[in-house]
Design a protein around this ligand. Structure first.
Ligand code: C2E
Ligand code: MG
Ligand code: MG
Length: 433
């Protein structure tokens, strides 16, 4: 390989690419392309597998790069393209290149659908050319954070172990194969312990691995963008339950249903519209659907989050902040968002019997939430002691194994039907755990 070129791919090496970048004229552009989840490929297939992927991608990039452009390998799994001014629309070129890469390929038994995220920057008058790479890279990082897709895909059976890559491949088709379900965890009012709502929780049962914990597959779904489709499906099923359950007792107050949404969903296009469409369905009352978000969703991009949440709120949905106390937000920031419900994280509930400090945190959280007009739900209530202490602190609602585990559909219905109204006698379990 002559000097100035990358040995693996035959593209310009980083130093040469940067030299050429320095000579770019106004209107010229740089496109940075970063392989999605490359670390995961290397983790599963080793550096040899990773190199093979990179070499293949480089070949594909060469075949679609516009004539006169310069293509380089500018990082381990980063490619760069220089477009001289202003013959090409850089955004269209970037999109073409990204799409050209997504043809599936097989490496060591994994069927990969390679994905790349692109960042584009155009040189403007007065800018030194060497800031362009940083800008394109920053644009790429932002794009990725707000849900640009693609990656490594199956589905195909994969022998041995459940690496994240194997999980990711299997998860891709799991919904279509009917492996994903929702279970429903009752939420009870205090102190009556009347059943007032359910939280929808996702379950994945893989044909050979069995139950895969949400703690394992939800982050992968978020990373890959699969959560957008999974979450939309969950919201739809939840809205169907709202309607079905309200028919069980037409004169009573129907139970509300809460659905969890990830930040990846909130900032994906069509999020608000999706919920609006659900609210327009016959029998659905927006107020019976509660949207649960974690603190990190609102903390990372507060202005954008506040705008989106306000739209949902104006449509009549109720909003809950989930796992409160685990993130970075403080009580003082709560008023900036239109939440209706605050869910105290179960780590505080678990600590409250042993720790005066945990009791103080919960107590002041409840007081401030009430001052702001929020309802407080304690999560993860496992003992009658916890329940009693939470009652003494004026906590409004409780959810946890002491009251009931998450229930399959049929059991949730049975609980709703039992006892006429949904009132349960104090201190009696809703359902034996
Ligand atoms: P989360 O939203 O905070 O859900 C409550 C979790 O606490 C559930 O775990 C529930 O089974 C568990 N739990 C309830 N009561 C108790 C208790 O008394 N003791 C203990 N130790 N645990 C209790 P799960 O179902 O494993 O879900 C874990 C997390 O995965 C959820 O936390 C949520 O963040 C996420 N998740 C679940 N379903 C979905 C979904 O449909 N969409 C999204 N985006 N995330 C979901
Ligand atoms: Mg939740
Ligand atoms: Mg929670």
């Amino acid at each position: 390989m002559p000097s100035g070129f990358d040995a693996l791919t035959g593209l310009l090496d980083r130093a040469t690419f940067r030299r050429k970048l320095g000579a770019l004229e106004v209107g010229g552009a740089v496109i940075v392309l970063d392989v999605d989840r490359f670390v995961r490929v290397e983790e599963a297939l080793g550096t040899a597998g990773g190199d093979r992927l990179l070499a293949t991608l480089a070949e594909r990039l060469k075949s679609v790069a516009p004539p006169g452009s310069d293509l380089g390998r500018i990082g381990d799994d980063d490619f760069g393209l220089l477009l001289q001014a202003p013959a090409h629309d850089a955004v269209l070129v970037a999109e073409d290149m990204r799409l050209a890469l997504t043809e599936p390929l097989e490496i060591d038994g994994y069927e990969l659908v390679p994905g790349m995220t692109a960042g584009v920057a155009v040189l403007e008058d007065g800018d030194p050319a060497d800031v362009l790479l940083g800008r394109a890279t920053a644009a790429l990082a932002r794009a990725r954070k707000t849900g640009r897709r693609m990656g490594v895909a199956g589905p195909r059976p994969i022998a041995g172990g459940t690496s994240d890559l194997a999980l990711e491949c299997a998860l891709r088709g799991a919904m279509d194969r009917g492996e994903i379900e929702l279970v429903w965890q009752p939420i009870a009012a205090m102190p009556s312990l009347e059943l007032v709502g359910f939280e929808a929780l996702m379950r994945w049962t893989h044909p050979t691995w069995g139950a895969v914990s949400p703690a394992r597959f939800i982050p992968i779904a978020e990373e890959t963008g699969l959560i957008v489709a999974l979450g939309a499906w969950a919201a739809e099923v939840a809205s169907e339950r709202v309607v079905a359950w309200s028919r069980l007792d037409p004169d009573g107050t129907p139970p509300f249903v809460t659905v969890n949404v990830s930040s990846r969903q909130v900032f994906a296009p069509g999020f608000v519209e999706g919920f609006r469409a659900l609210a327009r369905r016959p029998g659905v009352r927006a107020g019976s659907l509660v949207i649960e978000l974690t603190e990190s969703t609102v903390v990372d991009e507060p202005e954008r989050a506040a705008r989106t949440l306000t739209q949902l709120k104006n449509d009549g949905f109720r909003l809950a902040i989930d796992d409160f106390g685990t993130g970075h937000s403080s009580l003082g920031q709560l008023h900036r968002f239109p939440f209706d419900i605050l869910k105290v994280d179960r780590s505080f509930v678990a600590a409250m019997c042993a720790s005066q400090q945990a009791r103080t945190v919960i107590s002041s959280t409840i007081q401030l939430a009430h001052a702001l007009g929020l309802d407080v739900v304690a999560e993860g209530v496992e003992t009658v002691d916890e329940l009693a202490r939470l009652g003494a602190l004026q906590c409004d609602k409780a959810q946890g194994f002491y009251l009931s585990r998450p229930l399959p559909d049929a059991d949730a219905q049975r609980v709703l039907r039992s006892g006429g109204g949904r009132l349960l006698r104090p201190a009696r379990r809703l359902v034996a755990a």
